[in-house]
Design a protein around this ligand. Structure first.
Ligand code: PGA
Length: 263
């Protein structure tokens, strides 16, 4: 993966062939304009469109928004990690707060999915983050420790370094409210500490951590590299290819994370 990561979560949007077609035309134009970005761009459309998105220029990778933990079987409506892999998909978002909230996904379920994704050589982009109430009660540290603890339980170093974490405070998703740079950096430090204690500092430096929740190109520096994050996970704003390009450009212009840490 490149220096920074941009993940676009298109959620359950783009509802007609025309809309999908127009989005792909505009995205292709915007991406071709960017000369070899040093940013991994991963777009996650509804699974019905994965095949079309997979045909985008290779500067754009394609990811799923969810996957089951079994490789096949009687699970009506689900999509398996093995199917994704066999159809050339490399990434999958897991544990998104909307899945946790509307589909009852617990830490245990998310963990089963993470293990299955890794088993099938997919890169899991795993969302963790506290609710507003948990933040107000001062529980950010314990929530992050619990969720990260569950994600990484029993993973070897090799598996752990393939996990991408997305810190997405639930109260910041779809709300136009974002934490301050200092609040995001505190979580970044908690995650680094957790990984250093669970593995070692070298592994902690390898695991990519993204920020997600109401990211716009105007706020991107303060929620990503200024907070020592390696990139962003973007919902609504990724529905505009022009905004995607602006955010990718902004990440491209970010200083090297190693330099930023030594500032
Ligand atoms: P948002 O969504 O950018 O619309 O707040 C973030 C997400 O889906 O994780």
């Amino acid at each position: 993966m490149a220096k920074s990561v941009f993940v676009g979560n298109l959620k359950m949007n783009l509802v007609s062939p025309d809309e999908v077609g127009q989005y792909l035309i505009n995205l292709k134009r915007e991406m071709e304009r960017l000369a070899h970005p040093d940013v991994s761009v991963i777009l996650c459309p509804p699974s019905l469109y994965l095949e079309q998105f997979r045909k985008l220029p290779s500067v754009v990778a394609c990811g799923a928004q969810n996957a089951h933990w079994e490789k096949s079987g009687a699970f009506t409506g689900e999509i398996s990690p093995l199917m994704l892999k066999n159809f050339g998909i490399e990434h999958v978002i897991l544990g998104h707060s909307e899945r946790r909230e509307h589909f009852g996904e617990t830490d245990e379920i998310v963990k089963q999915k993470v293990d299955a994704a890794l088993k099938h050589f997919l890169t899991p982009i795993v969302c963790i983050g506290e609710t507003r109430t948990e933040r107000e009660r001062g529980e950010v540290e314990s929530v992050i420790a619990r969720q990260a603890g569950s994600v990484f339980a029993g993973l070897s170093k090799l598996q752990a370094e393939n996990v991408v974490l997305a810190y997405e405070p639930r109260w910041a998703i779809g709300t136009d409210v974002t934490p301050t740079t200092a609040e995001i950096m505190e979580v970044r430090i908690l995650i680094r500490k957790f990984l250093t204690e669970s593995y070692d500092a070298a592994l902690a430096a390898k695991v990519r951590v993204l920020y997600g929740g109401s990211v716009k190109h105007t706020t991107l520096p303060e929620v990503s590299w200024e907070a020592e994050m390696e990139g962003v996970l973007v919902g609504r704003e990724s529905l505009s290819p022009l905004e995607v390009a602006k955010m990718v450009e902004s990440l491209q212009a970010a200083p090297d994370p190693q330099d930023a840490q030594s500032l």
